[in-house]
Ligand binder design. Structure first.
Ligand code: F6P
Length: 346
């Protein structure tokens, strides 16, 4: 019988509790292992607190599938940022009596898991998580479907007010350097323009879309824009508020675009930043199912001793792949998919 530890790292994503529930129930009921949660991600192993080790039984997790967030808490602590910290993590795992670890997180958390496995032989299984959908090792991750649904719903709601006041509303969507959430929400909500970091926006094209709409009697519109979108260098030097690297300051792209659209078209324009709303609330049915399937397979991987592997979705199968694949590259929106969204511009 093993003592299985489990932690969640990085930004929370709806579906994390689904993984925790499935790992716990399968490990206990099918394999007879003991399961403990390690609260607050890798921080739990560097800086333990009174409540760090959270014993998990079947009754603790039975009804958490519908809950957003993570009952284990999270942090962005990365032990590989400081010399000596990886050794501390390994020692702490030993002290907690944890002999198998399930690490649930994005490329940062899984990168740590991989290095602990390679450097110290830590018996670890990874489970991918991100609302951004930017992990190349898996077709998709839980959290993404929920984030797209929330952003779609928000844009649908903004349509009625945009129409009533004859305004353009620019909606800023999360996703860091990948446009997946914006692409999905832009398509699903029939936004008039969808802008992603993978493609530099054409301001003339955007202005002419709204001018044309106004001429045909529709003096309103909706733009879905990813937080990671940057405008041309020429525009930036002339207009936008930039950070020390000359990039649009984070969170500022919707505001910058709104001002630009208003000044070019004369149509009153507002902006909305959806922010962390996109990570909140209850996971969609899809994310509940995917996270449960990931958790079941992760428990199986623990039982089989598939150390250094992570669970992944390939087609309709849950498989295990090398943890190194988790950090391979950022999966971005391919051009042909973006073109599909462009078909509906206007
Ligand atoms: O990676 C998930 C994500 O929500 C990104 O889309 C966003 O850029 C970032 O995390 C926000 O991070 P934080 O929650 O630390 O503000």
């Amino acid at each position: 019988v093993k003592r299985v530890g489990m932690l969640t790292g990085g930004g929370d994503a709806p579906g994390l509790n689904g993984v925790i529930r499935a790992v716990t129930m399968k490990c206990i009921e099918d394999y007879g292992h003991e399961v403990v949660g390690l609260k607050r991600g890798w921080k739990s192993l560097l800086d333990p607190e009174q409540d760090t080790v959270m014993p998990l039984g079947v009754e603790d997790v039975r009804y958490i599938l519908q809950e957003g967030g993570t009952i284990l808490g999270s942090s962005r602590t990365n032990p590989y940022k400081k010399e000596g910290d990886p050794e501390k993590v390994v020692k702490q795992l030993e002290e907690f009596g944890v002999d198998a670890l399930v690490a649930i997180g994005g490329d940062d958390t899984l990168g740590v898991a991989k290095r602990l496995h390679d450097d110290f032989g830590t018996q670890v299984i990874g489970c991918p998580k991100t609302i951004d959908n930017d992990l190349s090792a898996t077709d998709t991750t839980f959290g993404y479907d929920t984030a797209v649904s929330i952003a779609t719903d928000a844009i649908d709601k903004l349509r009625t007010t945009a129409k009533s006041h004859e305004r353009v509303v620019v909606v800023e969507v999360m996703g860091r350097h990948a446009g997946w959430i914006t692409w999905g929400a832009g398509l699903a909500s029939a936004a008039n323009v969808t802008l992603i970091p993978e493609v530099e926006p054409d301001l003339d094209q955007i202005a002419s879309i709204f001018e044309k709409r106004a001429k045909s009697g529709e003096k309103w519109g909706l733009v879905a824009v990813s937080e990671g979108v940057t405008l041309s260098e020429e525009f930036m030097t002339q207009n936008a508020e930039t950070d020390e690297f000359g990039h649009v300051r984070l969170g500022g792209i919707a505001e910058t675009l709104a001002k630009e659209i208003e000044s070019r078209t004369g149509i009153e324009t507002r902006h909305v930043v959806l922010g962390h709303l996109q990570r909140g609330g209850t996971p969609t049915a899809y994310d509940r199912i995917l996270s449960t399937r990931y958790g079941l397979r992760a428990a199986e991987a623990v039982n089989n001793g598939e150390w250094g592997k992570m669970v992944a979705l390939r087609g309709n199968e849950i498989v295990t792949v090398d943890l190194s694949e988790a950090t391979d590259e950022t999966k971005t929106v391919p051009n042909d998919l973006y073109k599909a969204a462009e078909t509906f511009f206007g």
